[in-house]
Design a protein around this ligand. Structure first.
Ligand SMILES: *[C@@H]1O[C@H](CO)[C@@H](O)[C@H](O)[C@H]1NC(C)=O
Length: 368
């Protein structure tokens, strides 16, 4: 065990013997990997079971990483192989356009009902778009709430109803694929939601914000996106140079909004801003997830953790990733921070539902 690990453990007051499968030294070694000279080597790698079981020993490591870097990894996920997800994702995007069109959102296929969940091609208008990617969006609902007229008396109620639109799943002439795709991504969705919620519980303990988890009691608008960024021609990437350092980008520099659980598989390219410099984030590989928070959540927790600015640099190959966002519940009050200050969003909105309404408007305009 390195000196850093020991001194950090002492500093954080970790004296209690963990009730986990690991002994303390092994657990600490995992949480705080050996330094090899790369800045992000010391980003915490938290075993899935320790996080999900609310093991408080992991809390200081998560907080330390989130305060310093704005992200950490969840590792050792039982019964999970990201390469299976990667294969299904690729198999879907490789389907004939005609088959994928059945799952398109209504902006692309007016015959369909869904506005958000489903397939968003997004490659047609290559001159105008900064977002050269295809996305398949999956939400938490398999069936839509029944339609009651009187429950839709105002715009917000209507939006809440719209948010609950049911998932669509591809129907091909390969039943094995159809069944496997649905199962793999329903399971993957639950896994990511569990991680995001366990993370919220962890920081609520560590930061002393006992009311934080209640903001996430429902997840009407949690969203998982399967993404493909095909190789671009010179013509299609002319808008995508970084204002920060001139680097050619795949995904522009941005800060997320809520809680993000990301899979990059073995695709490099993701860079996080650290001390005013963009640095490569280690890939999530076959058995890990990267977790970070966005601006809305940072404000709610009184800026105790960093919402990290990040980007994806241009890659010479078709790149895949899966994003998952856990937002507060539709009715959660996001106007006040945990200690009662007005949040930035709070100047305009009271509940998350009002916020998401504008946010989705922006997404529809710019992203799909
Ligand atoms: C059907 O899908 C399965 C699972 O994705 C795949 O292994 C198999 O090769 C596919 N069969 C055909 C005929 O494409």
């Amino acid at each position: 065990m390195s000196k850093t690990v020991v001194s950090l453990a002492l500093l954080l007051g970790i004296f209690v013997v963990p009730t986990s499968a690991f002994g303390l030294p092994e657990l600490l070694e995992k949480l705080w990997p050996k330094e090899t000279g790369q800045v992000f080597d010391t980003v915490a790698r938290i075993p899935y079971n320790e996080l999900l079981n609310d093991n408080p020993y992991v809390d200081p490591f998560i907080v330390h990483s989130m305060k310093n870097f704005g992200f950490f990894y969840v590792v050792d996920v039982p019964d999970y192989d990201a390469s299976v997800e990667d294969e299904y994702l690729q198999q879907f995007f490789n389907l004939p356009e005609k088959v994928k069109a059945d799952t398109e959102i209504k902006r692309h296929n007016p015959a369909n009902k869904n506005a958000y969940r489903g397939y968003c091609p997004g490659l047609d208008d290559v001159e105008a778009t900064l977002q050269y990617k295809e996305v398949f969006n999956i939400g938490p609902h398999e069936t839509r709430a029944p339609f009651y007229d009187d429950s839709l008396s105002n715009d917000l109620e209507k939006l809440k109803y719209e948010c609950s639109e049911a998932n669509v799943w591809p129907e091909t002439d390969n039943c094995t694929f159809d069944k496997g795709f649905k199962e793999v991504f329903q399971t993957g969705f639950d896994m990511r939601r569990n991680i995001a919620r366990a993370f919220v519980r962890s920081i609520s303990r560590a930061l002393g914000f006992p009311n934080l988890p209640s903001l996430f009691s429902e997840d009407e608008f949690s969203a998982m996106g399967l993404r493909r960024y095909p190789v671009r021609s010179e013509r299609t990437n002319k808008n995508m140079f970084s204002d920060f350092d001139g680097e050619l980008l795949r995904e522009l520099e941005h800060i997320d909004s809520t809680v993000t659980v990301l899979s990059t598989f073995n695709n490099g390219g993701l860079q996080m801003l650290y001390k005013n410099q963009y640095m490569n984030a280690p890939v999530t590989g076959d058995n890990a997830f990267l977790v970070n928070i966005g601006k809305l959540v940072e404000d709610i927790i009184d800026n105790q953790l960093i919402s990290v600015r990040h980007r994806v640099i241009e890659t010479a190959y078709t790149r895949h990733s899966i994003t998952y966002f856990l937002g507060p519940a539709f009715d959660a009050d996001i106007s006040r921070s945990m200690t009662g200050y007005i949040t930035e969003a709070g100047h305009k909105y009271r509940i998350f539902g009002e916020w998401i309404k504008d946010y989705l408007g922006a997404i529809e305009l710019f992203y799909y």
